[in-house]
Design a protein around this ligand. Sequence first.
Ligand SMILES: Nc1ncnc2c1ncn2[C@@H]1O[C@H](COP(=O)(O)OP(=O)(O)OP(=O)(O)O)[C@@H](O)[C@H]1O
Ligand SMILES: [Mg+2]
Length: 420
Amino acid sequence: MGNCFGSRISSDSSSASPSTSGWRWRKKGAGGLSASSSRVSSSPSTTTVPPTPKRSEGEILQSANVKSFAFTELRTATRNFRPDSVLGEGGFGSVFKGWVDETTFAPARPGTGMVIAVKKLNQEGFQGHREWLAEVNYLGQLSHPNLVRLVGYCLEDEQRLLVYEFMPRGSLENHLFRRGSYFQPLSWNLRMKVALGAAKGLAFLHSDKAKVIYRDFKTSNVLLDSNYNAKLSDFGLAKDGPTGDKSHVSTRVMGTHGYAAPEYLATGHLTAKSDVYSFGVVLLEMLSGRRALDKNRPSGEHNLVEWARPYLTSKRRIFRILDARLGGQYSLAGAQKTAALALRCLSGDCRVRPGMDQVVAALEQLQDAKDAAGSGTEQGKVGGAGGFVRMRGVVGGSGRQQRPEPAARRHYPRASPLPE
Ligand SMILES: Nc1ncnc2c1ncn2[C@@H]1O[C@H](COP(=O)(O)OP(=O)(O)OP(=O)(O)O)[C@@H](O)[C@H]1O
Ligand SMILES: [Mg+2]
């Protein structure tokens, strides 16, 4: 396989097949916890810090630029982890809303100070300490406008918690797939804004400043602030990219069904281009309003990528996959170009996929281009004036899932290839 990490060219093939020995479900392997010892940021003035060898837990916790909370502080901040303050639930555990003082981070009265999201490890869950540590390792070092900010952590006896900035608009998953008055369909322009923000987050991770492969890019890990700025969360599966002249890192296959690149599933060889494939899947979910995998769809439509691929190449049939709830908010040229970009990201040959920096450039161009942008209003124009699209019947309206399925069930431990 060719080199799929950034622009480095190498033909390294020495890495072994997917590693499986002694690994537990969705845990990172040894060697996956290395990172630089000072905070890395996207600012042009920041010095590039080369990855350092594996670091111990103590070193990771000590060098993380975040607060170490006592369990009682977080219990108070979340009002004893009140069930009605649950923001969501994932494989790691539940996420609670809480309040702390902006400067001291001491627990604050609800409605005062700074809002936080507290992720509490489910003691009976499979995802555990290593994933928690990976999160502290990466988010404790990396800083970028499109990565969620880790405020702190708690490690006390059996307790493992993570404290993040609160993202008021929740996850992209909820906006795309939840039905109900709170979640109105995202407009075309907002979808494009979110796609660009998430792409910038991935591009930063892949850049020489960070050299990290995210490995779990999906709609539930893209969080939105009040202005729909996208930020990536969840670094539990992230890995350092290959170093030296290596083309990939060998790992046990982990991630979420429907998002993993075919060559990664088949070989366990992980590259930045695996993330690009996952980005293509999410872009397709945004275009279509359909989940990557949905067994409630008619047979032949369960796997979004397989079903949509033929339509993506056809200028006339592209309407077949576009989300009916978008109405006529997009221009034909914009929709076609976005579909073409998704198709390139989803290429079976990872060498043909664009790098994330190229994806960012393409999305920026799309937003700037007059013929490609949406109508500019939140709801957009319906009815085809000025090159915008007139709706053609209802597309893909049947069998949509009403609620997201619990995230935990969508993970898979993989030691050998799975059909996507
Ligand atoms: N910082 C945050 N601010 C606001 N809501 C959040 C925040 N972090 C998580 N959430 C909410 O909690 C939900 C669960 O997040 P979590 O990352 O634990 O699980 P997930 O992404 O759904 O699944 P997985 O375990 O596969 O990552 C998210 O989908 C989101 O709605
Ligand atoms: Mg998540």
